[in-house]
Design a protein around this ligand. Structure first.
Ligand code: SF4
Length: 333
C-alpha cells in the first residue's frame, strides 16, 4: 500500500507540539509533524518527556496467557486465531482454573507484576464470564494485577468484571479509522470505542493500542495515535505491536516495516501520551537487542515476558533479563 499523504489543504503543516502536555485534541497533521522530526530531536524529546513521568531505567513486566485459544469468528487479518484462516492453530476450550492459577504463580515467581489473560472470542457468553471472573479473583489473591481481553463487552459485563476485581481490560483499536476496514470487517471501529467506553464507565483501567507494519502508511500510524490520545482519557497502557507475520493469514507476506519507523511510532506515542505505560509488545522475538534498547530510549517502559504471546513466539525470560541487566534496567515493582 502506498504511503498516504500527511499533508493536504485541509491538513496544513503545523509545528510539532513537543510540550509533553496531556491533550485530547490532537490532529493527524500535528502527530505527523512529530513523526517527521529529525531522529535525534524526536528521541531527545521522547526521552525528556519520559523522564518527567517515569524512572527511565525501570521496565514493567507483564505475562500474557491464552486462556482460550483459536476458533475465533472474527476476521482480523493479522490473527492466527481467526477460524477464517488455515494457520494450524487448533481451537481449544477455556482453560481450567487450576491451570491458569499455576501459570500465574509461575509468572509472579518470574518477576511479573501483571498477569494478562486473553480469550479468542467475539464476545464472552454468560457461562464464560463466571469462569473468567473466578480466574480474576484467583489471580488477584496471588497479589498480581489482573488484565483480561475477551472481545466486545456490554456495560453489565464490565460491571461484573469490575466486581471480580479486574484492574485492566485490553481492547485495541488496532490501526487508524481509515485503514481499519482493510484489516477487520466483522466488527466496526465504533463497536471498539463502545466497549472502551463501557470499560471506563465501570472504573476499569484501559489497555489499548495497536499494530504497525500491516501495510498502513505513516498517516495511518499517526491516525492510530490520534485515535488513542483523543479518547476521553488516555489509556493507562498503550501496547504498540509490530506485526508478526503468520503463514495462512492475509498478512503473511507483508513487507518489513523499517525499524526506525517502528521506533518513531514508540517515540511519538510517548510524547502524545506522556503519562501512559507504552508497551513494546508483539514482534520482539525478531527484534535485535539494539532496536529494543532504542525503543526503551524512545519511551517504551513495559514488555510482555515469557516464551509465547498468545500463539506467537516471544523472547524467553532469561533473554529479557539478560538484556535488562546489560542496559542497567530493573523490573518495575
Ligand atoms: S485478534 Fe482477537 S478478535 Fe481478532 S481474530 Fe484474533 S482472537 Fe479474534
Amino acid at each position: 500500500m502506498s504511503e498516504r499523504s500527511l499533508l493536504s489543504p485541509s491538513n496544513p503543516p503545523r509545528p510539532a507540539d513537543i510540550s509533553g502536555s496531556v491533550r485530547h485534541d490532537w490532529t493527524v497533521a500535528e502527530v505527523g509533524a512529530l513523526f517527521a522530526l529529525p531522529f535525534a530531536d524526536l528521541m531527545f524529546h521522547a526521552q525528556r518527556i519520559h523522564r518527567a513521568h517515569f524512572d527511565p531505567c525501570e521496565i514493567q513486566l507483564s505475562t500474557l496467557l491464552s486462556i482460550k485459544t483459536g476458533g475465533c469468528p472474527e476476521d482480523c487479518a493479522y490473527c492466527p486465531q481467526s477460524a477464517k484462516y488455515a494457520t494450524g492453530v487448533k481451537a481449544e476450550k477455556l482453560m481450567a482454573l487450576d491451570t491458569v492459577l499455576a501459570e500465574a504463580r509461575a509468572a509472579k515467581d518470574g518477576g511479573a507484576s501483571r498477569f494478562c489473560m486473553g480469550a479468542a472470542w467475539r464476545e464472552p457468553k454468560a457461562r464464560d464470564m463466571e469462569k473468567v471472573c473466578a480466574m480474576i479473583e484467583g489471580v488477584k489473591a496471588l497479589g498480581l494485577e489482573t488484565c483480561v481481553t475477551l472481545g466486545m463487552l456490554t456495560a453489565s459485563q464490565t460491571a461484573r468484571l469490575k466486581a471480580a476485581g479486574l484492574d485492566y481490560y485490553n481492547h485495541n483499536l488496532d490501526t487508524s479509522p481509515e485503514f481499519y476496514g482493510d484489516i477487520i470487517t466483522t466488527r466496526t471501529y465504533q463497536e471498539r470505542l463502545d466497549t472502551l467506553e463501557h470499560v471506563r464507565q465501570a472504573g476499569i483501567a484501559v489497555c489499548c493500542g495497536g499494530i504497525v507494519g500491516m501495510g498502513e502508511g505513516r498517516n495511518d500510524r499517526a491516525g492510530m495515535i490520534v485515535a488513542l490520545a483523543n479518547l476521553p482519557k488516555h489509556p493507562e497502557s498503550v501496547p504498540i505491536n509490530l506485526l508478526v507475520r503468520v503463514a495462512g493469514t492475509p498478512l503473511a507476506d507483508e513487507a518489513d516495516l523499517d525499524p526506525f519507523e517502528f521506533i518513531r511510532t514508540i517515540a511519538v506515542s510517548r510524547i502524545v501520551m506522556p503519562e501512559s505505560m507504552v508497551r513494546l509488545s508483539a514482534g520482539r522475538e525478531d527484534m535485535s537487542e539494539a532496536i529494543q534498547a532504542l525503543c526503551f530510549l524512545a519511551g517504551a517502559n513495559s514488555i510482555f515476558c515469557g516464551p509465547r504471546l498468545l500463539t506467537t513466539p516471544n523472547p524467553a525470560r532469561d533473554r529479557d533479563m539478560a538484556l535488562l541487566e546489560k542496559l542497567g534496567f530493573t523490573p518495575m515493582a
